[in-house]
Design a protein around this ligand. Structure first.
Ligand SMILES: Nc1nc2c(ncn2[C@@H]2O[C@H](COP(=O)(O)OP(=O)(O)OP(=O)(O)O)[C@@H](O)[C@H]2O)c(=O)[nH]1
Ligand SMILES: [Mg+2]
Length: 450
């Protein structure tokens, strides 16, 4: 049973999560303020509009006034009997005309199958019949969804185009010598790939092609192969040991690196696979952070546990763990407040959360996930170093790989820390989190087709 679950979850990143009904949109603080301002009773004087030039009653036109073309004198001069006789005559003529029209209509209907014309009522002056609504234009066929690799390639386009154009420029009509090798090494280091990977590429290139003509394409191919060698050992699925009930995932990282959003995306995948998920709002510093996680819980059908603003985060983590155990949740994901790795006091708080969870289960937290923002560049290396020492980080997720020119940093982090990279984030949407694949990533960064 547990094994079945594990197998399912091992591949959960590949499965499309079941569609969950979106939670009703929450009102933002501004929207609430706008609504209360609108419903607030206002000063009466302010409400009453005063006409600048009131129209006098005697100047007002009335609908039932005398006809313009007949003066009162004219009317009084016509004998009453004559008027009545004329009226009778007109009535008879009108009746005869109507009878003729009706007869013609019946005859026409008998020979035609066409649907009768709709009766258009005569509207009073000042009104017009609304034009018949044109039929709704047909919705354009949905654009074909890009494959995962296409999305990854698009996300890493800035990284790869910068890198490949520099490599192409360097190797235009040049033989491979020490000078070009050195320039290539600098270029790869500047692209955040790290010294180790840069040396791997130049060493392989030198051993295979030294003194020969080399094209930019030759170099990017070798670069992709070397990047795969670095990434392959860290591209692992997130293993969940569901015998724990719950498997506890603590999510840590610097401010704004995508912790809460990533938790939401993970919860969507897990609950979409039929697992019972609980989300604990361990970021007790900001009311908005608690609310943000609550929205993700609602969206993903996860249970939510939070506490009041400013409460002890370690206490909430403990309480969340106890409740998740009692409710037999499969996975408990604990959000934490973002913190800079050099703020000792905040880092100590993180240490406390880990310690407290360990009291309920010596193996907990079973996974300590760190989110890294791909746009940060080199600083991410140091972030991993410190969070790893303090909180025992044992897995990484790199976010914001869409549209960054610094995607190469993931290669440097993999080479240095050798920590598993479980997923990568390529957008803000619920589905924009994909299992990390070494070959895909290397090809996308080198701008080559797969
Ligand atoms: N483009 C893009 N934006 C992302 C991605 N992941 C998260 N974001 C956005 O990054 C911003 C910060 O994300 P959060 O999830 O709030 O980050 P956090 O680490 O929880 O932030 P703190 O709680 O303040 O420390 C939000 O606007 C997210 O929508 C991603 O993969 N791509
Ligand atoms: Mg957050």
């Amino acid at each position: 049973m547990a094994l079945g679950f594990i197998k399912k979850v091992f591949t959960f990143g590949k499965e499309k999560p079941a569609e969950k009904p979106a939670a009703p949109a929450e009102l933002t603080a501004e929207e609430k303020a706008a609504i209360s301002a609108e419903t607030e009773p206002r000063d009466r004087d302010e409400d009453l509009a005063v006409a600048e030039d009131p129209v006098l009653a005697e100047q007002m036109e009335t609908a039932g006034g005398p006809a313009d073309d007949l003066s009162p004198e004219d009317i009084s001069m016509v004998p009453l009997e004559l008027l009545e006789a004329e009226a009778e005559e007109e009535k008879a003529e009108a009746l005869a005309a109507t009878a003729d029209d009706t007869k013609a209509e019946i005859e026409a209907a008998a020979v035609s199958d066409a649907p009768p014309e709709p009766v258009v009522p005569v509207l009073p002056k000042g009104f017009a019949a609304a034009e018949a609504r044109a039929p709704e234009p047909e919705a354009p066929a949905p654009a074909e969804k890009l494959s995962w690799f296409q999305r990854l390639k698009a996300g890493l386009f800035r990284t790869s185009s910068q890198l490949t154009s520099q490599i192409t420029a360097l190797f235009t009509k040049r033989k491979l010598d020490d000078e070009t090798l050195e320039e290539l090494e600098d270029l790869l280091i500047q692209a955040d790939l790290g010294v180790e990977t840069a040396l791997r590429v130049t060493d392989t290139l030198a051993s295979e092609r030294y003194g020969k003509d080399v094209t930019g394409e030759d170099v990017t191919k070798i670069m992709a192969t070397e990047i795969v060698k670095v990434l392959k050992p860290v591209a692992k699925p997130l293993a969940l040991d569901l015998s724990h009930k719950p498997h506890v995932i603590l999510v840590v990282g610097v401010n704004g690196t995508g912790k809460t959003t990533t938790i939401g995306k993970l919860a969507a995948k897990l609950s979409g696979s039929g697992l019972k998920v609980m989300l604990a709002a361990g970021d007790t510093f900001r009311a908005a952070a608690i609310e943000q996680l609550k929205i993700w819980a609602d969206r993903t059908g996860s249970t939510f546990i939070g506490t009041k603003l400013g409460a002890d985060a370690a206490g909430l983590a403990y309480e969340g763990f106890e409740r998740a155990k009692a409710e037999k949740s499969d996975v408990l994901i604990i959000d934490t407040a973002g913190r800079l790795q050099n703020k000792a006091e905040l880092m100590a708080e993180l240490e406390k959360i880990v310690r407290v969870l360990g009291k309920l289960d010596p193996d907990a937290p079973h996974t300590v996930l760190q989110t890294l923002d791909a746009t940060t560049g080199q600083n991410a290396l140091q972030q991993v170093e410190i969070f790893r020492n303090v909180a025992g980080v044992n897995g990484l997720i790199m976010t914001k790989l869409d549209g960054t020119a610094r995607g190469g940093i993931l290669v440097a982090i993999a080479a240095k820390h050798k920590l598993p990279v479980y997923f990568i984030g390529v957008g803000e949407g619920i589905d924009d989190l994909e299992p990390f694949e070494a070959e895909d990533f290397a090809s996308a960064i080198a701008g080559i087709a797969r």
